[in-house]
Design a protein around this ligand. Structure first.
Ligand code: DOR
Ligand code: ZN
Length: 351
């Protein structure tokens, strides 16, 4: 029987780029009206490298949210110079919930990232000790490594040794794009988990070259071959708690995407839950969407699930061609599911 509606615990987004200033004001609502909490990436310019920066950024998000029932969860951007005491202070003070490892030059605003993981070993040891998760952008940047192999090579050269050397460190392999990553994560202890984006579940690398170059399908890690997309779909609907929702929604102005050197990033916040629901329905696994979207991430981070519920409706949802100066993921396409609203058990409707 075809479901016509679906009510799940309110989901969380365990990986999102909310930006700052005017763009924060433009994009925050799309995340905050659906997700109860979100792990906010620290790759601002300049990056969020201190507890003070993270607290100030959290305040700007809260102010921009104008009292919305939404909790921004902050992260610190690791550099070669990060001080273990700073990280511990941020964690103990309740300002940060994780630290993010960007290999230097791997992606947008990563030029201050880590040049060699050996340099942050004392920080990783401290994180392991205090129980602070490490979020990883898993790509090597060596110019002799093919761009489509960067994630697989990262596993072999960086991640596997890291998991071995810091066995109690909780690690999230963010926005996995390959079967190699899925297999690796599935084979580790429960300290190692992964987020999966809507776009990597829906497009393969052909999407970037369909009838011409398509900058709005370009993100990092770049989408891979179909065999990898299928492995990601299987992992997402598997019911394995190691795989949970993280949109990696990464908004950029259209002019910076459609350019001689276009920015990496897909703005999917406006369509994220519609897209995930469509994928889970296609896989015959709608009954597993709630675990993936609303339970497994919270479990990994040791947080309670949200009290509110999210209602989804099986109704055509045509994605706008533009939202402000941005082109959202799946612009102009029609999805089978739309967000119908939120309900709160304690305070009545919140949308
Ligand atoms: O495509 C991406 N965009 N990947 C990232 O890792 C960063 C993000 C951004 O900040 O635009
Ligand atoms: Zn990201």
């Amino acid at each position: 029987m075809t479901e016509t509606s679906l009510t799940i615990r309110r989901p969380d987004d365990w990986h999102v780029h909310l930006r700052d200033g005017d763009r924060l004001a433009m994009v925050l609502g799309e995340t905050a009206r659906v997700f109860g909490r979100a792990i906010v990436m620290p790759n601002l310019s300049p990056p969020v490298t201190t507890v003070k920066d993270a607290a100030a950024y959290r305040n700007r998000i809260r102010q921009s949210g104008k009292g919305a029932r939404f909790v921004p969860l902050m992260t610190l951007y690791l550099t070669d110079a990060t001080d273990p005491d700073e990280v511990e202070k941020g964690f103990r003070g309740g300002v940060i919930v994780a630290c993010k490892l960007y290999p230097a030059h791997a992606t947008t605003n990563s030029e201050h990232g880590v040049t060699d993981v050996a340099r942050i070993r004392p920080v990783l040891a401290r994180m392991e000790k205090v129980g602070l998760p490490l979020l990883v952008h898993g790509e090597v940047t060596d110019t002799d490594v093919d761009v489509f192999d960067r994630e697989a090579v990262f596993i072999e050269r960086i991640l596997a040794p890291l998991v071995r050397d810091f066995p109690a460190l909780r690690i999230v392999f963010e926005h996995v794009t390959t079967k190699d990553a899925v297999d690796f994560v599935a084979a580790q202890a429960k300290t190692v988990a992964a987020t999966i984006t809507p776009h990597h579940l829906m497009i393969n690398r052909n999407a970037m070259f369909r009838g011409g170059f398509r900058p709005h399908a370009y993100c990092l890690p770049v989408a891979k071959r179909e065999v990898h997309r299928l492995a990601l779909r299987k992992a997402a609907v598997s019911g394995n708690p190691k795989f949970f929702l993280g949109t990696d929604s990464a908004p950029h102005a259209v002019a910076t995407k459609e350019s001689a050197c276009g920015c990496a990033g897909i703005y999917n916040a406006p369509v994220a839950m519609s897209a995930y629901a469509t994928v889970f329905e296609e896989e015959g696994a709608l009954d597993r969407l709630e675990n993936f979207a609303s339970h497994f991430g919270a479990e990994f981070y040791g947080m309670p699930v949200n009290e509110d519920s999210l209602m989804l409706e099986r109704a055509p949802f045509t994605v706008p061609e533009r939202i402000g100066d941005m082109v959202p993921f799946l612009a102009g396409e029609t999805l089978n599911w739309r967000v119908a609203g939120l309900a709160s058990p304690t305070k009545g409707p919140v949308l």
